[in-house]
Design a protein around this ligand. Structure first.
Ligand code: XMP
Ligand code: MG
Length: 175
């Protein structure tokens, strides 16, 4: 059996709550009266999406898209495919992408290009976390929660090989 990985809290559930409130306040200000589609990237964004939309007081739609970019482990393969697509028509709509993490940026850039081709009225990105030290392609994050050190993190939806998504805090997975 492999040794039990060690976890160290990086952002507590209270810090996450404060940050999600801050992001919701910014988004409320910009999208009032516009009925956007919020598109979450499965699986990692599900918890963030659930908390965020409860703080948004305007009409909106929720969609999820599933991309395959990772094998089982920690490294992006760089080869990205849409595994489960959208049901809503994106053309002419205000679209806000909800990401758990922007790491190399390859997944995000792929998705933004994919959505841009569908001609939305506007396209913005909200990411709970950002690991800029790992970036391979430039990404503009319109609404950002936390900047991460160059460490693998789990919890609050983020996984290591499907483990730890249920942790209420964001934790560093120690080597
Ligand atoms: P890229 O490299 O394309 O990766 O920006 C985005 C996807 O990579 C996964 N990822 C992580 N998942 N802890 C995780 O649980 C991390 O520290 C981490 N870094 C990257 C994640 O699935 C994300 O959608
Ligand atoms: Mg993952």
């Amino acid at each position: 059996m492999s040794p039990q990985p060690k976890l160290r809290i990086l952002f507590t559930r209270d810090e996450i709550e404060t940050t999600v409130r801050k992001l919701a306040a910014e988004i409320r200000k910009d999208y009032q009266g516009r009925r956007p589609i919020l598109i979450g990237i499965l699986k990692g964004s599900f918890m963030f999406m659930a908390d965020l939309i409860r703080l948004l007081d305007f009409p909106l739609e929720v969609e999820f898209i599933r991309l395959s970019s990772y094998g089982g482990g920690r490294e992006s393969s760089g080869e990205i495919k849409v595994v489960q697509g959208l049901r809503s028509e994106v053309r002419g709509r205000d679209v806000l992408v909800i990401e758990d993490i922007v790491d190399t940026g390859l997944t995000t850039v792929f998705l933004l290009d994919y959505l841009r081709k569908k001609k939305p009225a506007s396209l913005k990105l909200c990411a709970l976390t950002d690991k800029p030290s790992r970036r391979q392609v430039p990404v503009t994050i319109d609404y950002l929660g936390f900047t991460l050190p160059n460490k693998f993190v789990v919890g609050y939806g983020l996984d290591w090989d499907e483990n730890f998504r249920n942790l209420p805090d964001i934790c560093i997975l120690e080597e």
